[in-house]
Design a protein around this ligand. Structure first.
Ligand code: TC6
Length: 697
């Protein structure tokens, strides 16, 4: 008997306690332990019924994701569940924590289920590019009806216990001690001579004959490029139309199809990547952290306001500082409107609007920041302004306060040098809108103390962000790589492609939109003003990229906000419409530059847009600006819409395209153009020579 599942008895009830920390994942030993336990109790005359429960913080939270893709060992989960379902002794599953995926499927193999009020259960396999392949798509609809099950499996959301009870997923909610409650419930069932109710024997309700066709239509946009949602619909349809055993066979086929897909491999990789990204190699998990009970934010503009909302959402009081009453009022009004809109849409309770507003204290006075544990500056992006702010902060902030800058491009080391405590200074690069975007690039300066890093990484999670630690370099990781795509998109436009062609290639790859539609959304004037300020033409060692962009801005085509940019718009409709006027501007630009326009293939567009990003990623990795290639992937998936089913730029390069293909394509474009832009990064060259991947670095 392995100790992954511990057997014990309470009176005439046999108890199986899963013991596989941290989340009782269904490793081979757990599957074997449950099966053997059920079989042993079936033979044991002193046992009348069985309770299956999880030890520690949760019932089984799912299959062991690390086992997917490896050769199978131990009993198959479906056999384990069938053994439970067919057990001659009644089985009750006792649920706490997060019974998810294979965990909930195991529970659906029990004859009854009880849960604590705090339990949140679900079938989240869709997020791993999979479907519940241990009967979940066949059993859940039998309990809840097809419509509810379909929504639950497609969303993968966590279902609270009360809702699960109302839908018949659990039979009772028990208060207090779960094991005691489960035993009491089991004894009651025994006393009532309750039947061993097998979920497989129930019939499925189909609420509407159009359910499946309508669901396909409704998910088309969101599920674009993903495989799992479509297979899930087919499975639930099978649950309605086929006998149980045949439905199970269909589920198996559709599950295996997903398991062997590169989409699921990418999503499973990404699950661990996101968790790994929160870890810092030279900052151990047990590094003591500074306490953060309150914060301060300088600047109540779009960024500062959004950051303040993150604090308030997490229940952390925050002081918001501005230089004029008018700016402060404007900032607070925007925050309030944001909250009120969320409440109107049902995203939060109306009374929470006031609760959150009460956590944001407006001020015009720096002295009000003296008690803040962390202060984030979100003011205008010039070094002069940052200097003033950080010198002032150095005067007022209490010793040990963390001083953060939200700069998206300035040198964090230089900013830190304006204080007498550079060890307390760090970058926290939020993405706009800061109250929505999950990505947070935390920027480590050369003097940043380890406990500051540890504190900021864990505080980032507290305020709902996905943090990634990066180093100080121009554009940090995300914008630095984005620039590569921007450069080549501009060149390709001059050489023969149109914005709509380039955008379509990028959209079809899986991004929410292409670079030109994105620029129209963000405002073309932002880059234009920066280029004017920087005298970019002289400064850059790459060929100037702004010819078309400048011409467009000179006509006042700033993007969606002016109804025209690279596209035209019939506002308020924001659908980009290709514009012959823009085509003319582009053609004239090519002519002026002496370029004969040519047809550029979609494949060339894809390679020229994305391979240089991978190459830049290699440089970032080599310079240590990102800790691992997975950090770069997390940044791109979370902050820039890289489709998660392609894993991120580095995973895609490693596992789908291959580094040699990318390396050789870079050389091909270098030789054709003579442009040193295309020189493969030394790290890329080295990995290709050694036959290794970015993930090995
Ligand atoms: C499935 O079941 C398919 C069945 C078909 C069968 C044929 N496996 O997130 P946390 C690790 S698919 C392996 O930080 P939380 C995690 O990596 C699966 N490891 O904690 C981390 O390790 P570290 C369906 C797992 O409290 C540690 O546990 N299930 C697994 O914020 C703690 O995790 C899911 O998709 C796993 N299944 O959240 C559930 N899960 O400490 C996925 C976690 O070494 N898991 N780990 O870094 C979750 O959603 C969350 O982890 C949680 C706990 C809600 C269970």
């Amino acid at each position: 008997m392995s100790d992954a599942v511990i057997r014990s008895k309470e009176g005439r009830i046999g108890i199986l306690t899963v013991n596989n920390p941290p989340v009782n994942a269904l490793a081979a030993a757990v599957r074997a332990g449950i099966k053997e336990g059920v079989e042993a109790f079936a033979q044991d005359a002193s046992v009348d019924a069985i309770v299956l429960i999880g030890g520690g913080r949760t019932f089984i939270a799912g299959a062991d994701i690390r086992e997917f893709g490896k050769p199978p060992s131990g009993p198959n989960l479906n056999d384990v569940i069938a053994t439970m379902e067919n057990s001659p002794k009644l089985i009750v599953a006792a649920l706490h924590g997060t019974p998810l995926g294979g965990g909930l499927e195991t529970a659906l193999g029990a004859h009854y289920r009880v849960a604590l009020p705090t339990t949140r259960m679900g079938l989240p396999e869709v997020h791993l590019g999979l479907l519940p392949g241990a009967g979940g798509t066949q059993r859940l609809p039998r309990l809840t009806g097809a419509k509810y099950a379909l929504e639950a499996i497609l969303s993968g959301r966590h279902i609270p216990a009360a809702e699960a009870k109302s839908k018949g997923i659990v039979d009772a909610i028990v208060e207090g001690d779960l094991l005691k409650g489960a035993i009491a419930h089991t004894e009651m069932l025994l006393a009532q001579k309750a039947p061993r109710r097998r979920v497989r024997d129930l019939t499925v309700t189909l609420e509407s004959p159009d359910l499946f066709a309508e669901t396909e239509k409704s998910i088309a946009r969101k599920a674009r490029g993903f495989k799992a949602p479509w297979n899930i619909i087919k499975c639930v349809q099978a649950a309605v139309e086929l006998p149980f055993d045949e439905g199970m066979k269909r589920e198996r086929e559709l599950f295996v199809e997903l398991l062997t897909s590169s989409e699921s491999a990418a999503q499973r990789y990404y699950f661990f990547a996101e968790r790994e990204a929160a870890k810092v190699k030279d900052v151990p998990a047990d590094t003591p952290q500074r306490e953060i009970k309150s914060g301060g934010i300088i600047g109540a503009g779009t960024m500062g306001g959004g950051i303040a909302m993150n604090f308030a959402n997490a229940g952390v009081p925050v002081t918001l500082l501005e230089t004029s009453q008018e700016a402060l009022d404007r900032g607070l009004k925007t925050i309030r409107t944001n909250y009120e809109n969320t409440a109107k849409r049902g995203g939060m309770k109306a009374e929470d609007v006031e609760k959150r507003m009460a956590l944001i204290k407006p001020t015009l006075n720096y002295d009000d920041l003296k008690d803040a544990d962390v202060i984030i500056e979100a003011v205008f992006e010039t070094m002069e302004v940052k200097e003033t702010v950080f010198k002032k902060l150095d005067e007022v902030a209490k010793p040990g306060a963390i001083l953060a800058t939200n700069t998206s491009g300035l040198d964090v080391n230089q900013i830190a040098s304006y204080t007498k405590r550079p060890g307390d200074v760090i970058g926290m690069h939020f993405f706009s809108p800061a109250n929505v975007m999950k990505l947070l690039e935390n920027v480590r300066g050369k003097a940043t103390e380890k406990d500051v890093i540890a504190t900021v990484m864990s505080f980032s999670k507290k305020i709902g962000k996905i943090p990634v630690l990066v180093g100080v370099c121009e554009g940090f990781v995300g914008n630095r790589m984005l620039r590569m795509r921007g450069i080549q998109s501009a060149y390709m436009m001059e050489e023969g492609a149109l914005p709509q062609q380039i955008d379509k290639v990028i959209y079809d790859y899986g991004f929410p939109m292409g670079p030109f539609a994105m620029s129209d959304l963000a405002g073309n004037d932002v880059g234009w003003r920066i280029r004017q300020g920087k005298k970019e033409k002289e400064k850059r060692n790459v060929r100037y990229t702004g010819y078309v962009a400048d011409a467009i801005c000179e006509l006042g085509r700033f993007g969606q906000k002016t109804g025209a940019g690279y596209y035209k718009y019939n506002l308020p409709d924001r659908t980009p419409i290709p514009d012959p006027e823009v085509e003319k501007i582009i053609e004239e630009t090519s002519k002026k530059l002496g370029i004969t326009r040519r047809a550029i293939s979609d494949q060339e567009i894809l390679e020229r847009a994305l391979y240089p990003m991978v190459n830049e990623g290699a440089k970032i990795l080599e310079e240590g600006m990102a800790q691992r290639s997975l950090d770069i992937d997390v940044i791109w998936v979370n902050g820039y819409g890289w489709p998660v089913y392609r894993g991120g730029p580095m995973w895609w390069a490693d596992n789908v395209v291959g580094l040699k293909t990318i390396h050789d394509a870079l050389l091909k474009y270098r030789d054709a153009s003579g442009d040193p832009f295309w020189e493969p990064a030394p790290l890329l060259k080295k990995l290709v020579q050694e036959g290794k991947k970015f993930s090995s670095v």
